[in-house]
Design a protein around this ligand. Structure first.
Ligand SMILES: Cc1ncc(COP(=O)(O)O)c(C=O)c1O
Length: 324
């Protein structure tokens, strides 16, 4: 859509990202899940920018003195590449570390995109539907993307449904321009009805507000955990979407495992810990050298306490490996 609408060809995504596993979306994925499909080079027209990640800045800057240099980098790319149709971002990076950008990042990116006639695409597959304490994460910064894609929480995951929304201007364009990307089961009523039911139920139970209100509680618990464990380098998140980042050394921030370890099939410390946590009846997502914590929005404080206490119990495995 972005290519047709702008008449331009290139898409800028970021390295720490996951956008899906179709040919197009894996090509735009920055993380190693892309590597195996691209012996011949990157997906056509896809370029990768450094992500915004203040805890481990890929271009070695320090916030706030940096003036959001990672957004300036994207501007530099747009100027020098020309022909850029869109910038594609997860507003809060999901699997790759629940990376919350500083307040200025998204408004700055929006401004850069507007200046150069580049569309801003928000991948809210993970961050949508109240997960971060707003209906969509972009709302935190008052930024309206041109295209928004979402899935998962849209039906509370009871039935599979993905959705692509556009601004009215882009939607109008496609009234007169043939968009040949339909699917057999597109807009299937059996998937749309649960989406409507989910939205009504979320409104009835006030789940977006609930995610926002529980955030300080989860944050407090995770900060207590960090104070206790030498293996925790960082805890970060928004709403009911958090990461616990494990490091061998809190000063150097060296992770226990790398993306290359993951791809090569090496046993990862976070997976060993996650298996122990699962054996105690709690599910947690482990990825490379961090955990993603994303409980259901109906979670109670007692359940949060329980989940974090089980994580606490098994982090000894990582603490023992600190400095090795
Ligand atoms: C941020 C993000 N974008 C896109 C996708 C792909 O969604 P799907 O698997 O529904 O195609 C995922 C799936 O995990 C995701 O987390």
């Amino acid at each position: 859509m972005a290519r047709m609408y702008t008449g331009k060809s290139k898409i800028i995504a970021r390295y720490r990202s996951y956008h899906g596993s179709t040919a197009g979306s894996i090509a735009a994925t920055g993380d190693p899940r892309r590597w195996a499909m691209e012996p011949g080079g990157k997906g056509p027209g896809i370029l990768f920018a450094p992500e915004v990640h203040c805890y481990k800045c890929p271009i070695k800057h320090t916030y706030p003195g940096c003036g959001i240099a990672c957004a300036d980098y994207i501007e530099h790319m747009i100027r020098n590449e020309s022909d850029v149709a869109a910038v594609l971002v997860e507003p809060i990076v999901g699997t790759n570390g629940v990376i919350v950008p500083p307040e200025e990042y998204m408004p700055k990116l929006r401004k850069i995109c507007d200046e150069f006639g580049v569309l801003l695409i928000a991948d809210e597959v993970m961050t949508g539907w109240g997960r971060t304490g707003e209906w969509f994460a972009m709302n935190h910064w008052g930024v309206v993307p041109d295209i928004l894609v979402t899935a998962k929480g849209i039906t509370s995951a009871y039935v599979p449904l993905g959705l692509c929304a556009t601004s009215e201007k882009i939607a109008e364009y496609f009234q007169d321009h043939y968009f040949a990307h339909g699917h057999t089961y597109e807009a299937h009523p059996l998937t749309l009805a649960p989406a409507v039911a989910t939205i009504r139920e979320m409104q009835r139970l006030g789940l977006v507000e609930r995610a926002r209100e529980l955030a300080p509680y989860v944050e407090g618990k995770l900060r207590e955990l960090k104070a206790k464990h030498a293996s925790i380098g960082d805890v970060r998140g928004k709403g009911l979407f958090w990461a616990v980042d494990l490091v061998k050394d809190q000063t150097t921030k060296e992770p226990f495992n790398t993306y290359s370890d993951k791809v090569s099939g090496k046993p990862l410390l976070v997976d060993q810990i996650a298996a122990k946590i699962l054996a105690d009846g709690v599910t947690i997502q482990a990825w490379v050298s961090h955990f993603v914590i994303a409980p259901p929005l109906i979670v109670t404080k007692e359940q949060i306490d329980h989940g974090i206490s089980v994580l606490d119990k098994h982090l000894g495995l990582a603490d023992a490996a600190v400095g090795q």
